[in-house]
Ligand binder design. Structure first.
Ligand SMILES: [Zn+2]
Ligand SMILES: [Zn+2]
Length: 143
């Protein structure tokens, strides 16, 4: 190995920050929870982990049941959404109905992930975005 090569190594990464949640209803009484359940019911039969789909069908690192993930906006953040920002990227979103309907009932904001790739080590809620992306092309990157 040339002497200017950094040898393989492990590095522990920690993220710590404060997130500012607006006031929101408990999930169980969220008026759009039924949209979420309807979307789940409608798409469950054909659901696959999006991580594996993005790996062009390699589901070898998937684990656990499939779960629905809010890809852009979690339900607890709905009351803080800047509609102008959301409309700029998803034109017509406010025409669909309330933002809550888009957040909790649309394919634009909901994606299926296996438990590992959702909430597990290296999952979308665990890994930094850059590492999550790299994981698609590097096997067993995060443990
Ligand atoms: Zn998966
Ligand atoms: Zn999620």
């Amino acid at each position: 190995m040339p002497e200017n090569v950094v040898p393989a190594h492990d590095q522990t990464v920690t993220h710590r920050y404060r997130i500012h949640y607006p006031a929101h209803e408990p999930r169980e009484t969220d008026p759009h929870y039924r949209d979420f359940e309807a979307y789940r019911h409608r798409t469950r039969a054909s659901a696959e982990c999006q991580f594996g789909v993005d790996r062009v069908g390699d589901f070898s690192e998937c684990g656990g049941n499939l779960e629905l993930h809010h890809a852009h906006i979690e339900f607890a953040l709905i009351n803080a959404v800047d509609l102008a920002l959301l409309e700029a990227r998803y034109p017509g979103v406010s025409v669909v109905g309330e933002v809550g309907e888009w957040v909790n009932g649309s394919a634009d904001n909901l994606m299926w992930l296996c438990e590992k790739h959702h909430r597990g080590l290296g999952g979308i809620h665990h890994a930094a975005a850059a590492d999550w992306e790299a994981e698609h092309f590097i096997r067993n990157l995060i443990s």
